[in-house]
Design a protein around this ligand. Structure first.
Ligand code: BGC
Length: 720
């Protein structure tokens, strides 16, 4: 049956219940844990005669549960329109790959695509139809716990990763694909002070220029669903923000898919102080064209009344229901309610060796070598390595938002090392991971071990649950006890590398000063330990580059590369000098510790032969910018070559530079490749003084390089 036909046969109340989302376990015959807390009998106060007409369910893990729930649901439902199951498949389903901030650091679109496709396959075998991903919130504040889910601070890169991920999840919407749901629309990453759920307040120009493009890229890539954010945008909560959802997302961008709220965000409009009661929440959300209400029940409780009062039309409700039914139709559940669920196949496929291999490859390509005085890679013939630190012997490095992933299936760094150097690795914990731990009692043992071994690898950083939703930090340094451990180890052994595990950029000037080498593994997923070991021993060569600026100190935050010049810029050569009355600090440089796009390798790359095909660009035509990149070191390696453009003068101030292209290339020792970028008028468009999205005539600078500190090598003029 087709969506429209089904819709024609539904009563108003049945339609309204299609808009409701509850947890999967609400319908379980074997497990009703959540039913007691959030189910129909408690806070949601749903009509028990209609609960089996609910349209969608969230948070599903496991094929058997899905089959039980769907069967029970269809048995009890009057309309028998199958449920669809939605799940937070953030960085993998059962096989976890690195957190998304890590995947972005790979600068590898194909990798982002393939990892999402793998997650989709595992999830679909468990009966999941929709992944609540990609999360594409642009972010400039590492205190925010959810930076781990994001691609970082750049609109273009976030958009590229968003599109690749959407395509990976959705493919051709075949058996092993799931619908993607881009989130959190919009600007959730702009939370003030990096505190989750906090106020977001920015100009429309900033919103459109920096924050909206990644969501738009997902829409352009065909994403089936959009999730609204918890926050206010210009004073109005996103889910009830007609301007944001109806006017921009639907009317300007042409999105005709499903819009879902975030968890209980309808009702939170009361806390925001923009709605007095649930009825008003329902009105505002419907006015904004939000379709699915996740885990509150304003629609179910009040839409009928609003229709009776003439405040909401049945047509508005029909439109929302149609979009949901259309999604069900596209997913094929009317013909095949169990879709691709398959418990046996799930067991074979999930965390299978091929998926582990891809996750490992992902982790190796996401890791960023931040510093290396030459001690890395370690020689595999090393006599002994002291592996020390709170992140060395734990599976809890796969990252927050782990869906069905398990720490028990995650390769620890110690296991990874054993896989390469056997019992020549010796382990001591050194200290605990808690951010407030002051216990130094384990340090002596670790120092003794360090003094007995040829080399030391210290696994420092954060616990995986120090980032993720609701996990924000006011201090983003490693704890004092970890510095103490490093300091004491360095007293007895200088051959020390730090493997850092963190869900965010850390403020790490002090660590950078102390540690001879630092490899940032982020939170690397199920195969994290093997990936780390491969990188440390040179079986894999680091090629990741950071997509969020690392500050020297938290006081510099927000710090990002694509900033404006200001009227009193401080000259770069004066960065470390005090120049009063320039835009600067008394006590710290303006520059970050590590800039956007930065990352080292075990090999070296030389850039030469920078060329721009012409010095004028006529509207509608193209230019080519190119460079030759040569591997001049002694390892085969990969390099993310980056193109930046600066619009020198505009009707409004323009960023110092903006990433406009990147290409990840692989080069053998001594090999040279030409990398070419096309420059078009489209790439030069921005929100002008009149708030038109246009490219203005005038001068542009072109930069190609290894990171965002590269210098311009040519200029061109945009002419009519
Ligand atoms: C998060 C979303 C997530 C949803 C469902 C919310 O708390 O903000 O990102 O998709 O829960 O689990």
């Amino acid at each position: 049956m087709k969506a429209q036909e089904i819709l024609n046969g539904m009563t108003l109340k049945e339609k309204i219940y299609q808009l409701q989302q509850v947890t999967t376990l609400t319908f379980s015959t074997t497990d009703s844990r959540l039913d007691i807390i959030t189910g129909p009998n408690s806070t949601l106060a749903l009509d028990k005669d209609y609960i089996y007409e609910t349209g969608t369910a969230l948070n599903l893990i496991g094929a058997e549960i899905m089959m039980d729930v769907q069967a029970n649901y269809l048995k009890n439902s009057k309309q028998k329109l199958p449920l669809i199951f939605m799940q937070d498949v953030i960085h993998g389903h059962r096989t976890l790959y690195p957190i998304n901030l890590g995947v972005a650091a790979s600068f590898d679109r194909e990798l982002a695509h393939d990892l999402a496709a793998m997650a989709a396959k595992e999830a679909s075998l468990d009966g999941v139809s929709v992944a609540f991903a990609p999360m594409v919130d642009l972010v400039r504040d590492p205190r925010w716990g959810r930076v781990m889910e994001s691609s970082g601070e750049d609109p273009y890169l976030n958009g590229e990763m968003a599109a690749a991920t959407v395509k990976g999840f959705q493919g051709d919407m075949g058996k092993y694909n799931v619908a993607a749901c881009v989130k959190h629309y919009a600007a959730y990453g702009g939370a003030e002070a990096g505190r989750d759920y906090n106020t977001v307040d920015m100009s429309e120009r900033t919103l459109r220029q920096y924050y909206l493009p990644p969501y738009k890229a997902a829409v352009d890539a065909g994403v089936k669903m959009v999730m609204t954010a918890f926050n206010i945008v210009d004073g109005v909560p996103a889910v009830g923000n007609k301007w944001l959802v109806k006017d921009i997302l639907r009317d300007e961008w042409g999105f005709d898919g499903v819009v879902i709220s975030d968890y209980s965000a309808f009702e939170e409009m009361i806390n925001h102080g923009t709605c007095e009661n649930k009825k008003e929440c329902a009105y505002r959300a419907m006015e904004a064209t939000a379709d699915i209400e996740m885990m509150s029940s304003c629609y179910a409780s009040h839409l009928e009344e609003l229709v009776r009062e003439g405040k909401i039309t049945e047509e508005q409700i029909d439109n929302a229901v149609y979009r949901i039914l259309k999604l069900k139709e596209d997913l094929g559940v009317f013909d095949s309610p169990y879709r691709s669920v398959d418990p046996d196949e799930a067991k074979r496929v999930q965390v299978c060796p091929e998926h582990r291999a891809l996750a490992r490859y992902g982790a190796e390509n996401s890791a960023v070598l931040l510093k290396n005085n030459g001690i890395l890679p370690l020689d595999k013939n090393v006599k002994s390595v002291a592996l020390i630190g709170p992140n060395a012997n734990t599976g809890e490095i796969h990252g927050s938002w782990f869906c069905g992933g398990k720490a028990s299936e995650t390769i620890t760094v110690l296991e990874g090392f054993k896989n390469i150097i056997g019992d020549r690795v010796k382990y001591a914990k050194g200290c605990n991971i808690e951010y407030n731990s002051t216990d130094e009692s384990m340090i002596d043992e670790a120092v003794k071990l360090a003094s007995e071994c040829e080399a030391v690898v210290l696994c420092l950083g954060e616990h995986q649950e120090y980032s993720g939703e609701g996990n924000c930090r006011s201090n983003i340094e490693i704890p004092e006890v970890q510095y103490k451990l490093l300091e004491r180890v360095l007293e007895v052994n200088k051959n020390v590398a730090v493997a850092l595990f963190a869900g965010r950029p850390l403020a790490m000037s002090r660590l950078d000063e102390m540690a001879p080498a630092i490899l940032d593994m982020w939170m690397p997923g199920t195969e994290g330990g093997n990936a780390c070991a491969n990188l440390i021993f040179g079986n894999a060569v680091p090629s990741g580059k950071i997509t969020m600026t690392f500050p020297r100190a938290l006081g510099q935050v927000p710090i990002y590369y694509n900033h404006y010049n200001t009227g009193r810029p401080k000259a770069e050569e004066d960065d470390f000098n005090r120049v009063r009355f320039t835009s600067s600090y008394l006590d710290i440089a303006n520059s970050p510790l590590y800039p956007f796009g930065y990352g080292l390798s075990y090999t070296t790359f030389d850039y030469s032969d920078y060329k721009l095909s012409a010095n004028t660009l006529k509207r509608g035509e193209k230019l080519t910018a190119s460079v030759k990149v040569k591997n001049t070191g002694s390892y085969k390696g990969k390099e993310a070559v980056q193109l930046y453009i600066r619009d020198v003068f505009g009707s409004v101030s323009r960023p110092m530079k903006e990433l406009k292209g990147f290409e990840k290339i692989e080069l053998d020792i001594g090999e040279e490749k030409a990398v070419e970028f096309t420059i078009t008028e489209e790439m030069l468009k921005f929100w002008t003084r009149e708030m038109k999205f246009e490219a203005e005539k005038g001068k542009f600078e072109v930069f190609i390089g290894k990171d965002s500190t590269c210098k311009p090598f040519a200029e061109f003029e945009l002419v009519d």
